[in-house]
Design a protein around this ligand. Structure first.
Ligand SMILES: NC(=O)c1ccc[n+]([C@@H]2O[C@H](COP(=O)([O-])OP(=O)(O)OC[C@H]3O[C@@H](n4cnc5c(N)ncnc54)[C@H](O)[C@@H]3O)[C@@H](O)[C@H]2O)c1
Length: 249
C-alpha cells in the first residue's frame, strides 16, 4: 500500500460535483481523505452523493450567480482545494449559435470560474491552496460544431495561465483538458442530437480518440487528485490533456 497523493485533512469544494466528472472527483477526493463540499445546482443529487460518503456535504450553488456563491461561501471558513467542474455544452457552428446560447455557455463555463474562484481566493491564499479547472480538448483544438463551447474552454485555459502568473508562490492553479468522457453530459448530447443513431455516433466519438475508448470520469478524477496532492507541488499554470491521444495527432 502506498500513501501517495493523499489529501488528508484538506477541505475541497467541487462545483458540478453532483454528476459525471465532478461526482467521480468527489468520490476520489473523499477516498484520498479530503472533506468534500459538493457544490451544485442540483442540490438533491449533491445530497444523495454526500449521504454515501463519510466526509462530504452538499452545498447549494448556482455558479453563474454571484449572490448564490456568496451565500454558500458564508458557511465555508477554510478551503484548501477548489475544483471548477460545472459546465455545459452546446452544439452548433458560428452560423447556428444564437447570442442567447453563446451567453449562457460563457456564463456557465467561464463567468462561473471567475466568480467562484474570486469568492474562494482569500481562503485559498490563506491555505496556499490548489485550484483545478476542468477545461476540455475544445480549448486546445477546434472541434467541429462546437463554436461556443470551444470559445468557453479556450477562456478556461487562459484564466488558468493568467492566475498562475499573478500568484506563482501563493497558490497553484492548473487546468485539465479531457477528451470525450462517458458521462450524462455525453449521453444527453447523444439523446438530444442523435437519438436515432446513438451507437453510430458513439463509435465516431470513440474513433477520434486513438486509444480506442471514451474516457471514464475516474480517469479525470485521478488526475485532479494528483494535481491537488503534495507530489504535484512543481506543477503550476499547466494545461494537461487527458484525451487518449486525441490532441497528440
Ligand atoms: N463529458 C465530457 O466528454 C467532457 C469532456 C471534456 C470536458 N468536460 C467538462 O467537464 C465538466 C463536467 O462535465 P460532465 O461531463 O461531468 O457533465 P455532467 O452534465 O455530468 O455534470 C455537470 C454538473 O454541473 C452542474 N451544473 C450545471 N450548471 C450549473 C450551475 N449553473 N451551477 C452549479 N452547477 C451546475 C450540473 O447540475 C451537473 O451536476 C464540464 O465543465 C465539461 O465541459 C466534459
Amino acid at each position: 500500500m502506498t500513501n501517495a497523493f493523499h489529501l488528508e485533512n484538506k477541505i475541497a469544494l467541487i462545483t458540478g460535483g453532483a454528476s459525471g466528472i465532478g461526482a467521480a472527483t468527489v468520490r476520489e477526493f473523499s477516498r484520498a481523505g479530503a472533506h468534500v463540499l459538493i457544490a451544485d445546482l442540483n442540490l438533491a443529487a449533491a445530497q444523495s452523493l454526500a449521504a454515501e460518503l463519510p466526509n462530504a456535504k452538499a452545498v447549494a450553488m448556482d455558479v453563474t450567480d454571484s449572490s448564490s456563491i456568496a451565500t454558500a461561501f458564508k458557511d465555508i471558513p477554510t478551503l484548501d482545494i477548489l475544483v471548477n467542474c460545472a459546465g455545459v455544452g452546446l452544439v452548433g457552428d458560428i452560423t447556428r449559435t444564437s447570442e442567447e446560447d453563446f451567453s449562457r455557455v460563457m456564463r456557465v463555463n467561464v463567468n462561473s470560474i471567475f466568480l467562484v474562484t474570486q469568492a474562494a481566493f482569500p481562503l485559498l491564499l490563506a491555505s496556499r491552496g490548489s485550484i483545478v479547472n476542468i477545461g476540455s480538448v475544445a480549448g486546445s483544438v477546434g472541434v467541429k460544431q462546437r463554436f461556443a463551447y470551444c470559445a468557453s474552454k479556450g477562456a478556461v485555459q487562459a484564466m488558468t495561465r493568467q492566475i498562475a502568473v499573478d500568484y506563482p508562490k501563493e497558490l497553484r492553479i492548473n487546468c485539465v483538458a479531457p477528451g470525450t468522457v462517458q458521462t450524462p453530459f455525453v449521453e444527453g448530447y447523444l439523446d438530444k442530437y442523435h437519438a436515432h443513431e446513438k451507437e453510430k455516433v458513439r463509435s465516431e466519438l470513440v474513433a477520434r480518440q486513438p486509444i480506442g475508448r471514451l474516457g471514464t470520469p475516474e480517469d479525470i478524477a485521478s488526475l485532479a487528485r494528483y494535481l491537488c496532492s503534495a507530489e504535484a507541488e512543481f506543477i503550476n499554470g499547466a494545461v494537461i490533456p487527458i484525451d487518449g491521444g486525441w490532441t497528440a495527432a
